[in-house]
Design a protein around this ligand. Structure first.
Ligand code: NAP
Length: 484
């Protein structure tokens, strides 16, 4: 069963920061894969832009190297690679200066889709927007893609929204959160709203609690300095975990349309109660024999930045009153594993007696690794041993269900960049959503700063500080094991 590829209209895409890490690792490989999948119309142009002095030829060599490293299988095919490189051009420019912009204006064409990917530090977003406007590049079918972080707090996010709004309409701004481009995350909406099975149970009457875990086994590595100014709350919770929470908790939108979906997500963020200090645990990883601790990696011996955070949240609305949401994310945890688990309540009465034990249905949405959805159901243990119950998974691992070809999902960036070209903003954050998420996050961070308490240490390869386990234990619940 081959998947259907619908070509997009011809477009010009400018990658500001075209020589940076994100361009090399994600954007260029994603574009190349969509190109080889047959999704580009002929006459598409991809233009790298950065301060580095080079011509189109040198930039093509740069792109070839990036693809060899980050899309090696596809890059080994010489013919499509040569055809892809033919689409590539380059302009030397400084976001903060005037040189190079006229050249860029000449290379992009009016009367067609023009997309500008801001793959540069956020301090340059305003400069880019301003200069695009000034040079007539914001007119017509133009759109911008803005990378995270979108602000550092509510005030800076508001300021950034205001700056972008001076030059672009909200309908032209694509704030990327690559978690929303994940196949399983979108499948979550299909599962919820495409089946009658789940929605009647999707509320506090039947759901005991929901857990969201985004665990990384790596530390902050080379990003230590940047990360130390951010921390897990800003780097992960305010954006990625919040988006996952929204998709789980939102009401069914009237239709699968950008504003209908984003209106519902916004309502979830606004329904979040402020979080009491007792419902937050912060941690910072210690070193191991072979690995340095957080402070060494962050090059800040006094750092009080959290590399782990766990929270208990309440969504105060009719659907969720009384069903807590537990979120945790951190670095240097035991495995790289991300999942959402919807833990249903016990059956109201066990006809099998106390010896049958406690059994619960759990719907698990695995984001990485092995994207898939699993529903735990209770059945009779096979054999002559009487009515003994066991829990088994009804597994919807896509690789098995759909065959390897279908399961070879486009990377989140592939899908999201194509959505930008198609003009579909459903999977991108709206300005008011981002601001609402900061408005909820800011007081939690302010409280930490005021209290001045350092994060709790946790061992490399663990599940985080013990207090995070207690966050659930004290409610008579427990975290699911962090495992791939
Ligand atoms: P990076 O490796 O430092 O690259 C920055 C790029 O911007 C380079 O191409 C640089 O080239 C260009 N640049 C810097 N100053 C410029 C200026 N004044 N005018 C024009 N171009 C300029 O950064 P990155 O890791 O690719 O990250 C880019 C953005 O994506 C950041 O906002 C980051 O937070 C976000 N992001 C990155 C990742 C990731 O995995 N890397 C993940 C999520 C989000 P020149 O120095 O030659 O100008």
């Amino acid at each position: 069963m081959a998947s259907r590829v619908i070509p997009v209209d011809p477009f010009d895409l400018v990658i500001f920061g075209g020589t940076g890490d994100l361009a090399r690792r994600k954007i260029l490989p994603a574009l190349y894969r969509r190109f080889t999948a047959g999704q580009f119309a002929t006459d598409t142009r991809l233009i790298g832009a950065a301060r580095a002095e080079m011509d189109a030829r040198a930039y093509r060599a740069f792109v070839r190297e990036a693809l060899a490293e980050f899309a090696p299988e596809e890059a080994a095919r010489k013919k499509p690679l040569a055809a892809f490189l033919d689409l590539i051009d380059y302009v030397t420019l400084d976001a903060r200066g005037e040189a190079g912009w006229d050249a860029l204006a000449q290379k992009t064409r009016t009367g067609r889709i023009r997309a500008y990917y801001f793959s540069v530090g956020p301090s340059l977003f305003g400069d880019l927007a301003k200069r695009l406007h000034k040079h007539g590049l914001a007119e017509g079918d133009a759109r911008i893609v803005v990378e995270k972080p979108f602000g550092h707090d509510l005030e800076s996010a508001r300021a950034l929204n205001r700056t972008l709004a001076r030059h672009f309409d909200e309908g032209q701004i694509y704030r990327i959160d690559h978690y929303l481009g994940k196949e399983t995350v979108q499948n979550l909406m299909a599962i919820r709203f495409g089946n009658v099975l789940f929605e009647p149970l999707w509320n506090s009457q039947y759901v005991d609690h929901i857990q969201i875990t985004v665990a990384e086994s790596v530390g902050v590595g080379g990003r230590g300095e940047y990360y130390d100014r951010s921390g897990a709350m800003r780097d992960m919770v305010q954006n990625h975990l919040m988006q996952l929470l929204c998709l789980i908790a939102m009401e069914p939108p009237a239709k699968f349309d950008p504003d209908a979906v984003r209106d519902e997500k916004l309502k979830v963020i606004r329904a979040l109660d402020p979080v009491a200090p007792a419902n937050v645990v912060r941690g910072q990883y210690e070193g191991s024999e072979s690995q340095p601790d957080y402070r060494t990696q962050a090059e800040n011996p006094e750092s009080t930045t959290e590399s782990f955070v766990a929270l208990k949240l309440n969504v105060s609305n009719w659907r969720w009153a009384g069903t807590p949401f537990y979120l945790r994310t951190g670095k240097r945890l035991r495995e790289r594993a991300s999942e959402i688990a919807v833990v249903f309540k016990d059956a109201p009465h066990s006809i099998f007696g106390p010896e049958a034990g406690r059994h619960r249905n759990i719907l698990t949405i695995r984001l990485q690794p092995n994207e898939g959805i699993e529903l735990g159901v209770t059945i009779k243990e096979p054999g002559p041993g009487g009515m003994r119950l066991i829990d088994v998974p009804l597994d919807m691992t896509f690789a098995e269900a759909l065959g390897s070809e279908e399961a070879d999902f486009p990377d989140a960036y592939e899908r999201l960049i194509m959505d930008v070209i198609r003009g579909n903003q459903t999977l991108f954050m709206r300005g008011d959503e981002v601001e609402a998420a900061w408005a909820w996050t800011d007081p939690i961070i302010a409280e930490w700063q005021e209290a001045g308490t350092p994060p709790l240490p946790y061992a490399t390869g663990s599940s985080g500080p013990d207090d995070a386990l207690m966050l659930m234990h004290r409610d008579g619940r427990r975290w699911r094991e962090i495992r791939p």
